[in-house]
Design a protein around this ligand. Sequence first.
Ligand code: ATP
Ligand code: MG
Length: 572
Amino acid sequence: MRWWLSFAFALIAAVTAAAVAQVFAQRSETAFRERAEALAVGNAVAAADGVARAFREREGNPGAAVREIAEQRRLALFVFDDDGELLTAERSRGTALVDVPGGAEAVGVALDGQRHVEPHDDGRLVVIGLPLPNAGEAQAVIAHAVRPELTAQVAIAREKIAEAAVLAVIIGAATGLLVAMLISARLRRIASAASAIEGGRFDLALEPRFGDELGALAATVDRMRVRLRDSFEALSAERDRLHTLLARLREGVLTVDRELSVDYANPTAARFLGLQPLDGRPPLPEPWPGFSLRALAASLFREDATVVEARVSVGDDVTLAVVGVPAGAGSQTAILVLADVSERERRERAEREFVANAAHELRTPLAAITSAVEVLQSGAKEEPEARDRFLGAIERQSARLGRLAQTMLTLARAQTRPGATSPERIEVRPLLEEIAASLDVAPGVELRVDADASLEVIADRDLLQQALANLAANAAKHTEHGSIELAAAPAPGGFAAVEVRDTGPGMAPAEQQRAFERFYRGSGSEGDGFGLGLAIVRQAVRALGGTVDLHSVEGVGTTVRVVLRSTEREVA
Ligand SMILES: Nc1ncnc2c1ncn2[C@@H]1O[C@H](COP(=O)(O)OP(=O)(O)OP(=O)(O)O)[C@@H](O)[C@H]1O
Ligand SMILES: [Mg+2]
């Protein structure tokens, strides 16, 4: 830019200088000519005076005097009488009268008493006719002035003007270059600030130095930089928040493009799909046999696509829910959400099993009652012995049904959420003694209660009673010799540990693992239990905010330990 700008300046300077030079040259030439003419006229008038005196006084030879004056004044002089007859020589200073242009006309005008001045040959030659009053017979004189130096003078003037014009062009170009360099340096500053902004660097401030148009442009660019920086900072803070959120999500979230490349995957999604964090844009993998994730993703780019959901079993006991959100109009990416629903799946399965088990438990006594009633109706009621036997069976099964209903209600209550209980201070020892008193133990089995009289726990009385009674009932049911102990002691951290220990047959490890499942009954206990006792214990203790664990050794015995908050913590 600086080059074309300085060229433009030079051109303007050249055109201006040429125009000025032209006008100036013309003016000075005219002035030179006019000055030369005036000089010639003045010279001629002075010469005419001399000539007039010479003729008037007529001393000696007027012709010689005229020649002398002509030499002195550097003029060719020709003197005429009244009739226009030449009184002097035909030639004066080498110029013949016949060679004087317009000589006859000049003589005529001078004889009429008028002054005649006529320049010729571009002003280098002036013919002047003057009347001669009081000069005797001489009446008019013609002076022929030649100024050959005028051409040289005009040429010198032209040369000087041309030199000045060239100088003006050079100064103009140099000034143009300087100005152009200054302007382009300022523009370069603005351009480099703009390109820094384009490159995402918003820290370079651009301070306007002058209040002109370029200064205003610089100020505008700087304001734009500040606004862009603020927006970018807000955006990146937003993006960071979103990233943190997505990184913390337990659900996997990923976006895929039309080519089924992974655009973005949060850490959970990367873990589910086995993607490395720095993979760039890897193709969407097919991690699970029997389910095509790519096919599901591809369907999200169809025009009529809607949200799709699928469940995939991806390994031992692990189920994932895959939700695909289609690419909306104008969007190039579809979203996949992966959630581990194994726990929910397990819970749903457990609920189904619970209902099936409950139905089964209900059906068994109901079937026994129904068939007893049928037998009675088909005639057995007429035989007292048979009638008593079947009525007894009906009574037992009804009692079992009643117990089952009661146990299921207890379980339902124990499943209440922790907030729904009413905690109170409970003295442990009296509670254990009360449970022991109502326990039906086998003959020869020693039953002991071992607890500090002062020990108190914070719990819902009903729930705690249910839990401990179930544990004690299990101990009593399985212990045929040895002892049963209901013990309680403070545990570190403001807790109390209540233990139910027995010397029964103990449980195999596999049995221990399943003992807390609802409706689970061990191999050795087909009796009248429902397999709900320990499930009630676990739910009740959970509702009380405590923990329960079972320790059992086959052939030695079983200890179940329940840890609850004690009142010691409050005192502390
Ligand atoms: N103290 C124990 N000694 C040995 N086995 C036990 C003991 N407590 C529980 N079990 C085993 O764990 C199983 C589950 O016990 P749980 O109390 O849940 O059911 P249950 O006693 O069979 O029936 P319910 O308690 O509903 O009347 C029992 O069937 C039994 O096999
Ligand atoms: Mg039980």
